[in-house]
Design a protein around this ligand. Structure first.
Ligand code: TMP
Length: 259
C-alpha cells in the first residue's frame, strides 16, 4: 500500500488524501459493526462487494441527475470521490416497517407503510446517533432550510429509483440510509449524495421468500452473511455466477502479497 495521508477512519471505510485537491480515496473495509459498534465482526469480501455495488448505484443515480461524490472506481476496494463537507445527519428512508421503527412504535416488521417516511438522525457516535426533527437541524444550524429541501427531494428520487432497480431483480427495498455533503464553488455551496449505498446501509428482502439480503443477517446472527451480499451483487449483474470466489480469492491473494 502506498504511503498516503489518512484523513479519517470510520467503522467500515477509510478516507485517504486523493491525487488532486478536492478529491479523496474511499477504501472499503470488511469490518462490520452494529448497534453503535457494540457488536463487531468481519464480513469476508464485503469491502470488495460494497465498492462495486456503491459504484453501480451512484453511477446509475448520476445518470438520472442525482449529483453524487463518486468519480470512479480505482481498484477492488477503492474509489475516487469528491471531497465534501459532510452534513452531520443520517437520512433514513422507509417503505416498509422494520428495525428501529418496528421496535420504537410496535409496528410489525414487514408492514407496508401507507406512505414513505423520511427520518433524520444526528451523526454522533458518542450520543448513539439520536433521532432528530427538522427543528433541531434548523436550531443548531446543521443544515439550512434550502439544503434540507434539496436533501428531502433527492432522498425521494433515490428511493423511487432504487425501489424500481431492486424490484427488477426480485428484491424489495425496505429502508435505507443516506448521507449528504456540501461542495463549494466560490461563495456558493450545493449538496450532493455522499458516503455509500450498499447492503450495509439498506434493508433488502427477497420478494418471493422475504429472505434478508443485507446487514441484518450480521446484526441478528442469521448466518449466510457473505452469501447474502454476493447474491445482491450477482443479481445486479456485478458478479458472474461462478465468479464470486474468484473475485474474493483474488482480493485475498493481493492482501497476502501485501499489495
Ligand atoms: P434502523 O431501523 O436501525 O433505524 O435502520 C434504518 C436503515 O438505516 C437500515 O437500512 C440500516 C440503516 N442504518 C445505517 O446504515 N446505519 C446506522 O447506523 C443505522 C442505525 C441504520
Amino acid at each position: 500500500m502506498s504511503r498516503r495521508r489518512q484523513i479519517y477512519e470510520g467503522k467500515a471505510k477509510i478516507l485517504y488524501e486523493g491525487p488532486e485537491p478536492g478529491t479523496l480515496i474511499q477504501y472499503f473495509k470488511d469490518d462490520a459493526t452494529a448497534f453503535n459498534a457494540q457488536k463487531r465482526g468481519t464480513i469476508s469480501g464485503k469491502g470488495v462487494i460494497n465498492n462495486r455495488i456503491s459504484e453501480h448505484v451512484f453511477t446509475a443515480l448520476a445518470s438520472i441527475g442525482v449529483p453524487t461524490h463518486f468519480i470512479r472506481r480505482l481498484n477492488m476496494r477503492e474509489q475516487l470521490i469528491r471531497q465534501v463537507e459532510i452534513i452531520p445527519i443520517e437520512v433514513v428512508v422507509r417503505n416498509v416497517a422494520a428495525g428501529s421503527l418496528s421496535k420504537r412504535l410496535g409496528i410489525e416488521e414487514g408492514t407496508q407503510l401507507p406512505r414513505t417516511i423520511i427520518e433524520y438522525y444526528y451523526k454522533d457516535d458518542a450520543l448513539g446517533d439520536p433521532m432528530i426533527a427538522d427543528e433541531h437541524i434548523a436550531c443548531f444550524g446543521w443544515a439550512t432550510q434550502d439544503e434540507m429541501n434539496d436533501i428531502a427531494d433527492m432522498a425521494i428520487r433515490v428511493n423511487d429509483f432504487l425501489s424500481g432497480m431492486f424490484a427488477a431483480i426480485g428484491i424489495r427495498l425496505i429502508d435505507f440510509k443516506l448521507e449528504f455533503g456540501r461542495v463549494w464553488d466560490g461563495d456558493y455551496s450545493r449538496v450532493i449524495l455522499a458516503d455509500e449505498i450498499s447492503p450495509d446501509g439498506c434493508r433488502l428482502w427477497d420478494m418471493k421468500t422475504n429472505q434478508k439480503l443485507d446487514k441484518d443477517r450480521f446484526r441478528q446472527d442469521l448466518g449466510g452473511v457473505e452469501e447474502a451480499y454476493q447474491e445482491v451483487a450477482r443479481r445486479l449483474g456485478l458478479l458472474q455466477p461462478d465468479d464470486e470466489f474468484a473475485v474474493l480469492d483474488l482480493d485475498t491473494h493481493r492482501k497476502k502479497r501485501g499489495k
